[in-house]
Design a binder for this molecule. Structure first.
Ligand code: ADP
Ligand code: FBP
Ligand code: MG
Length: 320
């Protein structure tokens, strides 16, 4: 049976990572393991920035956003020589297995380490909800809540000035934050990688909302990396009756106290990760699917097609 495990957070931070760190540490210690915090993701693993965690060192963190372990991106980790250096640091301390909290990139690192003899389990820590094997990632619902609060505020001022608010949200290449926000905020238009962006059609639709529907304001939610929203807002002002204003919500979406759902799934997933490692299992990632905590081989998980967003897209259309 293994005796020592490590835990790290990698890639973009997300609210709920701390609850996962707490769960892995407490469940690990209560199961007779020694748990080590690996700071700053794979960077800290390579540099040997590794310290023991105790029950006390993870108290009062579930309610805090970010990650107490710090996070980093280390592109060089794809290089086998860098991973060998990291494994040396783990072996020096007797660490036999690692829980990796991060996104798809971090999972690839976890799989490579497993193939080199260090069992790793991945937990989905990202606001983007872009890990297809899990219904929800840790941090998604908190980020959604932040977006909803922001859009509700923008609606107030937009409505007072006959404006069109164009709100850019994160998601990397995944449209979930935009689509879920569109439904829950009652947006008029949602633009994601899946809907595509036809500027002329969107301007037509806005003119219709102004002249036919007589709307006092319009809300457009758009995923990042689709178009320059400031330029688009200028075109809205020039070509429709609304005055266009763009708001890029940015990294505000990554911060804040995690909502109860994120704390809950982080705790459940942390528990599952420790149980898998204690059974000698590695190279898997933990997911929530249809309300059950399950795990899949990382290789298979990374190739899983995303569930269709058609029902939610249809719902959005039917709510307009
Ligand atoms: N193919 C890979 N092999 C090994 N490590 C990788 C690989 N891809 C990414 N990583 C490691 O995982 C880190 C986080 O990946 P990144 O894609 O930035 O974020 P996320 O895990 O949130 O998707 C990278 O900086 C790198 O250290
Ligand atoms: O913090 P950075 O480096 O500016 O990166 C921004 C990106 O990180 C995210 O916030 C989270 O992405 P990951 O969880 O995959 O790291 C994306 O939504 C966004 O595109
Ligand atoms: Mg990613």
């Amino acid at each position: 049976m293994i005796k020592r495990i490590g835990i790290l957070t990698s890639g973009g931070d997300s609210p709920g990572m701390n609850a996962a760190i707490r769960a892995v540490t407490r469940v690990g210690i209560n199961s007779g393991l020694e748990v080590f915090g690996i700071y700053n993701g794979y960077k800290g693993m390579t540099e040997g920035y590794i310290e023991p965690l105790t029950r006390d060192s993870v108290s009062q963190i579930s309610n805090r956003g970010g990650t107490i372990l710090g996070s980093a991106r280390l592109p060089e980790f794809k290089d086998i020589a860098v991973r060998e250096k990291a494994i040396k640091q783990l072996k020096k301390r007797g660490i036999e297995a690692v829980v990796v909290i991060g996104g798809d990139g971090s999972y690839r690192g976890a799989l490579s380490l497993t193939e080199m003899g260090i069992n790793c389990i991945g937990l989905p820590g990202t606001i983007d909800n872009d890990i297809t094997c899990t219904d929800y990632t840790i941090g998604f619902y908190t980020a959604l809540q932040t977006i909803v609060e922001a859009v509700d505020k923008l609606r107030d001022t937009s409505n007072s000035h006959h404006r069109c608010s164009i709100i850019e949200v994160m998601g990397n290449r995944c449209g979930d934050l935009a689509l879920y926000a569109g439904i829950t905020c009652g947006a008029d238009i949602v633009i994601t990688k899946d809907t595509g962006f036809n500027e002329a059609d969107v301007l037509d639709r806005l003119r219709e909302l102004d002249t036919i529907r007589k709307k006092k304001h319009a809300i457009v939610i758009i995923s990042e990396k689709i178009t320059d929203v400031d330029e688009f807002a200028k075109k809205v002002s020039l070509n429709t009756g609304f005055s266009g204003r763009a708001t890029v919500l940015g990294h505000i979406q990554r911060g804040g106290s995690p909502c109860p759902f994120d704390r809950l799934i982080a705790s459940q997933m942390g528990e599952k990760a420790v149980d898998l490692l204690m059974q000698g299992i590695g190279g898997q990632c933990v997911c929530i699917r249809e309300n059950k905590i399950v795990s899949y081989p990382i290789e298979k998980a990374l190739k899983m097609p995303s569930d269709s967003r058609k029902p939610l897209t249809n719902l959005f259309e039917r709510l307009i």
